[in-house]
Write a protein that binds this ligand. Structure first.
Ligand SMILES: [Zn+2]
Length: 415
């Protein structure tokens, strides 16, 4: 039974965490990509220590890890909860000024800075928020709900369990990671040291989300080699690789296979950059689909198109390089159905309708799943990420706390 008199701490914690500017940095080669992330991570270690997690610490890379020890005599597998401390480098996260819009009545939400609107039309979840209290920034920065709401919820769960020792659970492992937003959140993640058998990232949007499917992803680099010579003496000699790349791009399918023309379960082939000169032009692609074998199909299509271009420019050459990025975590999670089932069971017990849809992107959990730690993603309540109109409702945050507690309980009961 959940203690109905429990005073949630997640909102106060969240309002504190967003004061820390923790933007990661796309350009940096260091790890973590920005030192300032560690300032919040240190604070989190202190908080976990104060709550009573003796082993809470931050490693040299900025990962915070801690254990809430089991209080049951059953043999329960250790499960983990993970959130990231960094925010997107795309929008300022400096000097975040929060606002709480109490008792939302419907319609657009107005932010003072530049009269920006959080539009009901663009935020379908708002219609489920009537009567709720919604946290936003003042519109001059992002909010940081992605993913500090998840961090705050997990710390609140620790607080709940430690103040309610009668609620039984196995070992609960906690990790707060850096650099998720720049795609490097798992780079130095020590799965063995973490010690969980299964985990959940708490970084989803709508109440009820249990995400067990991501894209599979490759990157393709194509280098067109032409032949340069002074343009004044180029007749019959020059092979311009800029023109090769241009005709290659022009030969791509136009109505299908693009992010701007696809949705749901459709994959795509997406050129992301083109750089070069007469001698050498490099075109980079990202390739996405929910089924890994389809990536191979898209890649051989690209290769054929590129070979056709080489034929059109006699004397030219091309290189075709495929790099695997990540794979649909479904491939791993289907072998461990209890991870998803227990999350769904927890939601049902709280009268939440589980929402299961594939993510048209990747998650740290997808990478972790292939590193040996099966990790679906559950909701934290964050919305409109990476923007100045980011928002989260207090009631969703508190419900996420309850869901995490319930997941831990289900694992204990079913052990
Ligand atoms: Zn996130």
């Amino acid at each position: 039974m959940f203690d109905q008199n429990y005073k949630f701490t997640c909102v106060d914690r969240f309002l504190e965490y967003v004061k820390y500017d923790t933007r990661s940095d796309e350009e940096a080669a260091s790890f973590p990509s920005s030192e300032k992330q560690k300032v919040l991570s240190k604070l989190l270690v202190d908080e976990l220590n104060q709550l009573g997690l003796a082993d809470a610490h931050m490693d040299e890379w900025g990962y915070v890890m801690a254990t809430l020890p089991s209080n049951t005599n059953k043999n329960v597998v250790p499960i983990g909860f993970i959130a990231h401390v960094d925010t997107s480098p795309a929008v300022s996260g400096e000097n975040v000024k929060t606002m709480i819009h109490k008792n939302y009545r419907g319609g657009d939400i107005k932010l003072p800075k530049d009269n920006q609107l959080i539009k009901a039309k663009e935020n379908p979840d708002l219609k489920n928020m009537k009567g709720y209290d919604i946290i936003t920034s003042d519109g001059s920065t992002l909010l940081g709900a992605d993913n500090k709401s998840g961090v705050a919820e997990i710390v609140d769960v620790v607080n709940y369990f430690l103040t309610h020792p009668e609620v039984k659970h196995g070992d609960i492992k906690i990790c707060f990671t850096p650099d998720e937003e720049v795609g490097r959140g798992t780079e130095k993640f020590d799965v063995k040291k973490f010690g969980a058998k299964y985990a959940y990232t708490v970084d989803g949007q709508s109440r009820g989300e249990v995400e067990t499917e991501t894209f599979s992803a490759d990157a393709v680099t194509i280098k067109f080699h032409g032949k340069n010579i002074h343009p004044g003496y180029a007749k019959g000699i020059m092979i311009n690789s800029v023109k090769m790349a241009a005709s290659f791009i022009e030969s791509l399918p136009k109505k299908t296979l693009s992010p701007e023309t696809t949705e749901k379960r459709e994959g795509y082939v997406h050129p992301v950059s083109i750089n070069g000169n007469e001698e050498l032009t490099t075109v980079k692609f990202i390739i996405r689909d929910f089924q890994a074998p389809k990536l191979k199909k898209y890649e051989s299509m690209l290769k054929k198109l590129a070979q056709t271009i080489v034929k059109k420019f006699p004397g030219s050459k091309m290189e075709f390089i495929v790099t695997e990025q990540y794979r649909n975590m479904r491939e791993v999670l289907k072998k461990h159905p209890q991870v998803e089932k227990n999350a769904i069971e927890a939601m049902k017990r709280l009268n939440i309708k589980p929402i299961m849809q594939p993510i048209r992107g990747g998650t740290d959990g997808a990478r972790l799943s292939f590193m040996g730690l099966p990790t679906p993603n559950i909701f934290a309540g964050e919305h409109s990420f990476h923007s100045k109109t980011e928002w989260v409702s207090i009631q969703d945050m508190e419900m996420a706390v309850r869901v995490i507690i319930e997941i831990a309980k289900v694992w204990e009961e079913r052990a």
